[in-house]
Structures are given as structure tokens and as C-alpha cells.
Design a protein around this ligand. Structure first.
Ligand code: CO
Length: 156
């Protein structure tokens, strides 16, 4: 599978569908997402970035790999923070995005178990960025200003 890129790419604007069954196809998808994210030095990836409109995201924060199926953010903190974001689907673009600092996430694990996770800092940010992808939202929609140039970034 290949990364889907480009700010005008319609696939990235699609709303992804809930996963109804965690089967071999989902396990293979998660494996592929992990591989592509790590190969590209990313810290997060949504299935739609590989052209698969399923509600699956992966993250790689603090040397820990995580996969979430049907992630749902059920609580956002009123406190926010700003950080420069990039995106594997938008090579070279970066911008500062303000987001809630803490979230509570509900999801299903790759093993099919219900998860409830409280996250803050970078992990909370990456999860919010990836859940946005599932709803067809890109960080450039939320950034105060969007810049385009190469450089070393957090790529989500
Ligand atoms: Co992204």
C-alpha cells in the first residue's frame, strides 16, 4: 500500500467507516500501517492515508506503538496547547495547531477489547490529529497559518 498525499486529494476528505469485525484483514491493515508510519518517521497514521476508509489509527509516541479501532474522543480538556504539526499526507507542509491538552479516548484494541484511555501531551495531540483524518479533516484546516518548506517535523 502507498501513502495518499496532496491537499486536494478527495480520498483524504472521505469520512471513514466503523469497523464491524476485527478479522485478518484488519490485522494486516494495522501491520501495514505500522510499517509505513515507521518507515516514514511518522508518529501517527490513519487508515485513510493508505486509501482505506476504515476507522483505524496507529500511533508511535515515546517508543510505544499503539493501534486503535473505532476511536472516539469522549472528553476534551478546556486547557489547550499549541504545537507545530506536519502530516505524512501533506509533505513539506507545517503549521501551528491549537488543540485540547488532554483527552479521554474510547476505542477497541486489535485484540477486540474495549479500551478507555486518558492521554495528554503529544499522544493526545497525535490521537486528535488521526481522529480528524477519519472525519476527513486535515491539520491545515485548523492551523493558524500554513507554511510549506522542508524541514524536520513531527509527522502525524
Ligand atoms: Co496526518
Amino acid at each position: 500500500m502507498n501513502l495518499i498525499t496532496g491537499e486536494n486529494n478527495k480520498i483524504l476528505r472521505q469520512k471513514s467507516k466503523e469497523v464491524t469485525q476485527i478479522d485478518q484483514e484488519i490485522h494486516l491493515l494495522i501491520q501495514e500501517m505500522k510499517k509505513i508510519m515507521i518507515e516514514n518517521n511518522g508518529i501517527g497514521l490513519a487508515a485513510i492515508q493508505l486509501g482505506i476508509p476504515k476507522r483505524v489509527i496507529v500511533t508511535y509516541v515515546n517508543d510505544k506503538f499503539r493501534a486503535f479501532i473505532n476511536p472516539q474522543i469522549i472528553k476534551f480538556s478546556p486547557e489547550t496547547s499549541s504545537l507545530i504539526e506536519g502530516c505524512l499526507s501533506l509533505p513539506g507542509y507545517w503549521g501551528e495547531v491549537e488543540r485540547p491538552e488532554k483527552i479521554t479516548l474510547r476505542a477497541i484494541s486489535e485484540q477486540g477489547k474495549k479500551i478507555k484511555l486518558k492521554a495528554f501531551g503529544l499522544l493526545a495531540r497525535v490521537i486528535q490529529h488521526e481522529v480528524d483524518h477519519l472525519n476527513g479533516i486535515l491539520f491545515i484546516d485548523k492551523a493558524k497559518e500554513v507554511h510549506k518548506e522542508s524541514g524536520k517535523l513531527n509527522v502525524l
